[in-house]
Each structure stands twice: as structure tokens, then as C-alpha cells.
Design a protein around this ligand. Structure first.
Ligand code: ASP
Length: 450
């Protein structure tokens, strides 16, 4: 069995939806389909999810939301007209207007319930269209199917374990199952959405629940590329990559799948196949637990700005038992997640993402480190980008670090931090933010244009 998830650009209008349905029907193993909300029809268009957010915000601000409502309905009307399924439009209008007008006592929950209508109504219309052309399909409501979510301590939507057993039932449905992505329900019957792009997570959960042979993630590119195509012309296509490599690249800003989407399939070793709705013949990119081949020594290179470093110096730091533990405790208590922690004998640097810090938070942390740990100095630098060089094949080859470091130094890029984990799956270079993209290009030129 294959789970196929289609992203917003694949469902942006009737023409795209017909392509999606051709893909679904071309393989009888594609039985459970996850859909996003209709996305942009052109670069200056607005996604249905964003139209819904505007609607919800208008209501929350106490304003009239007629125009926002009409903009959403116009998108669905265009699609249902072009697919000749006008009979589904009243259901869509009712779902959206009832949700938009419902009483609420919590702004976040209200926003979630309205946002989710993009996927919900898209699933209704795809099911209706498939049925209308002679292929019985059923709209699957995540609540009725038992996709239960909750919020973790950070407010993030997380799945409740029992959902997997509930969703497994879908494997026995004879008709095609069209499942809206992006949301589920809590035990009180209220809608909870994942973060943006979260339909990828729904697809992965369903693949895990029915123990699918493969999770197909249909988007609008032929492949994942070894480097961001906006930085390098015709970059090397990746045909196969492991979950671990993907995770390392995603960490440095490689946005292929939603960051949390790999976990359910990773746990069950279900391969993910990224494919192009506009070019189903293309080989795509497979994300697997074990590689069958290596097309290149390096799998991918990614760079991301937005990090800061907090460097702490203390003479004879290595003699003091519990120093690092006490340092980390300060970050834990201040609710700051730490990314890396390279250390010397008498110094340690904490690398974290800038977005977690306000000016006030920086001061609090600095003062706590000074006062509680009696250090010689602590200073914060706010100009760090992280560039990751990722590839499992590196473990069996000699000299990559030397080549990378020498290429960067010949290009005049100062390396602030260098880190290579013992697994040798990746190397991390910390550079000034202004050099981030340049460093990616330099490394690509050195390591891909052999
Ligand atoms: N429609 C949602 C978004 O735009 C979720 C998704 O497409 O995966 O973020």
C-alpha cells in the first residue's frame, strides 16, 4: 500500500487536481490520499490557508469578515465549477461559514479550527470529483477516523499514540480514502492544527498507521537537490538520501518536508518518495533508512543564518566537576534550546538560534552565568551562520575536511567554528552570516565539480 500526499501547489486549481487524480488512479496501490489546501496558482497568488487566517483574524479583531469569507469561497467555487461538481459547494460553504461564525473562548483554538478548513474542504471536493468520474472515494474526517492530537509543553501539536491503531482501520476501506492533512482533534473534539506545512506530518502518520510500503510526497520539483537551486545553477539531483542525512540538512535550512514529518516513517523504516505532480515520470528523491547507492561523495550542502554564540571562559574549567551541568541548567531554566556546544580546555561556546532571545533574555543569561558560575568572562556574538556538509559516504573517505577547509580559506572565509560528529555523517562550519551563501557555493564548487 502507498500513501500519497499532495501539496498545495498540486491542488491549486482544477487543472492541477485533474493531474492529481490521474496520478491516484494510475496505481491501484494508492489507496489513502492526503491533501493540503489549495495553494498558489501563480507566484503572486494567496494560499487558501492564508485567506482563512485573514478571515479568522478579522473575526478575532471584531471586524466584519464578509470579504475574507468571499475570497475563500471564490477559490473553491472556481475549482468546483471547473470540475463540474457544483453539488459539493454548499457543503463547503456550510463547513466554512459554520466554523467561522462559531462561538469561541480561546483565540488560538478558533484560529486552528478556521485554518483547518482549507484541507478539510479540499478533501471533500477531491472525493466528490473522483466519485463523479466513476471512482468511488470517501472524505475521511480526522475526528471520525481517530486522529487525536494534544499540545506539548511548548504548545506544539503532538499525536496521541492510540491514533495509530484507530487509523489502521483505513486500510480496510474499499473506496479511495481522501484524508485532509494538517489537523486532528483533541479528546474534547476541538480541532488542533500542526504548524505550517503540516500536511506532510499527516501523510507520514497515516503511512505509519497502515504500515505502508512507501510514503509518496507529491510536490512541484523533480528532485531534491544537493544544494539550494537559488544558489547554484543546475545543482546535482539527489536520487537517494537517508533519513539521517535529510535530518542534518533540514537542520541547516533545507526545507523539503516538514521537520517533524520524518519521525513516524523513520520509526518504521518506511521509505519516503518525493515526486513531482507536474512530471510524474521524473525519478524523484527517495528518503530511506539504508542507502542502496551513492551518486556522489557528498549528499548535500546547506547553510542557515540566525545563530548566536555565548562563549564562557574560566581558568581551570576542566577541573571543576559539574561546571557544564550548571551552565546547561541555566539555559534549561530560561527555556532556551541549545544547538551545539563546542568546547576547549578553559572555554565553552554555546550555539543557539537567535530567535529564542530577546535583549532582556540575553542580559539575564549573561548575568546568571557570571554570578552563579563565577566565570572569568562571558560574551555573546550575534553573527553566526551554520553551513552543513552532509554525506554518509564521507565516513569512508579521507581528506574531505582538508579540502573543505582549504577551499573556504582560499575564498577568504574565516571559520569561526568547525565541528564533526563521530558518526562522520556531517561536518559543520560556523561562518559570519554575510558569508553563508558564499560558503555554500564555494563548498559545492570544490566538492561537486570534482
Ligand atoms: N495548508 C497548510 C499550509 O499552508 C498546511 C500544508 O499545506 O501542509 O501551511
Amino acid at each position: 500500500m502507498k500513501i500519497a500526499k499532495f501539496g498545495g501547489s498540486s491542488l491549486a486549481n482544477a487543472y492541477q487536481i485533474k493531474k492529481v487524480c490521474d496520478i491516484i488512479l494510475s496505481d491501484p496501490d494508492r489507496r489513502i490520499i492526503v491533501v493540503s489546501a489549495p495553494g498558489k496558482r501563480s507566484s503572486d497568488d494567496i494560499k487558501v490557508t492564508d485567506l482563512l487566517i485573514a478571515l479568522a483574524k478579522a473575526r478575532l479583531a471584531g471586524n466584519d469578515y464578509k470579504n475574507e469569507y468571499s475570497a475563500v469561497i471564490a477559490r473553491y467555487k472556481e475549482i468546483t465549477d471547473d470540475l463540474s461538481i457544483p453539488s459539493v459547494l454548499p457543503d463547503i460553504e456550510k463547513a466554512i461559514s459554520d466554523t467561522a461564525a462559531a462561538p469561541y473562548d480561546d483565540d488560538v483554538k478558533y484560529l486552528d479550527s478556521v485554518k483547518a478548513m482549507g484541507e478539510d474542504c479540499c478533501a471533500r471536493l477531491v472525493a466528490e470529483y473522483l466519485t463523479s468520474i466513476g471512482h468511488p472515494a470517501v472524505y475521511c474526517n480526522p475526528g471520525k477516523c481517530g486522529l487525536y492530537l494534544d499540545h506539548d509543553a511548548m504548545g506544539k501539536a503532538v499525536i496521541l499514540g492510540e491514533s495509530y491503531d484507530n487509523l489502521e482501520e483505513l486500510a480496510h476501506e474499499k473506496r479511495l480514502c481522501i484524508f485532509p492533512g494538517f489537523y486532528g482533534y483533541n479528546k474534547k473534539g476541538e480541532i488542533i492544527t500542526f504548524s505550517r506545512g503540516g500536511s506532510d506530518i499527516t501523510g507520514s502518520i497515516l503511512a505509519g498507521a497502515v504500515n505502508a510500503d512507501i510514503y509518496e510526497n507529491w510536490t512541484d520539483v523533480d528532485n531534491v537537490y544537493a544544494v539550494n537551486p537559488s544558489l547554484v545553477k543546475n545543482p546535482f539531483p539527489i536520487t537517494e538520501i537517508t533519513y539521517d542525512e535529510m535530518r542534518e540538512l533540514a537542520y541547516a535550512g533545507f526545507s523539503v518536508l516538514h521537520e517533524e514529518a520524518l519521525y513516524p516513517v523513520y520509526m518504521r523504516s518506511i521509505p519516503v518518495h518525493i515526486r513531482n505532480t507536474n512530471n510524474p515520470e521524473a525519478t524523484g528523491t527517495k528518503i530511506v533508512s539504508k542507502r542502496t547507492h551513492y551518486d556522489s561523495l557528498i549528499t548535500g550542502i546547506a547553510g542557515e543564518k540566525g545563530f548566536l554564540t555565548i562563549t564562557v571562559d574560566k581558568y581551570l574549567m576542566n577541573h571543576q566537576v559539574g561546571f557544564l551541568m550548571n551552565l546547561l541548567k541555566i539555559f534549561t531554566e530560561e527555556g532556551i534550546s541549545i544547538e551545539h556546544m563546542p568546547s576547549g580546555i578553559d572555554s565553552v561556546t554555546i550555539i543557539a538560534r537567535k530567535k529564542y532571545f530577546t535583549d532582556e533574555k540575553k542580559e539575564i543569561i549573561k548575568n546568571r552565568i557570571k554570578n552563579e558560575l563565577k566565570v572569568d568572562s562571558v560574551h555573546i556574538e550575534e553573527d553566526l551562520a551554520i553551513v552543513m556538509l552532509v554525506g554518509e559516504a564521507m565516513a569512508n573517505s579521507v581528506g574531505i575536511m582538508a579540502r573543505a577547509a582549504s577551499a573556504l580559506s582560499s575564498a577568504g572565509i574565516n571559520l569561526k567554528i568547525v565541528n564533526q560528529g563521530a558518526s562522520e555523517i556531517s561536518m559543520m562550519f560556523g561562518v559570519a552570516e554575510e558569508y553563508c551563501n558564499y560558503a555554500v557555493r564555494v563548498l559545492y564548487k570544490e566538492l561537486f565539480r570534482y
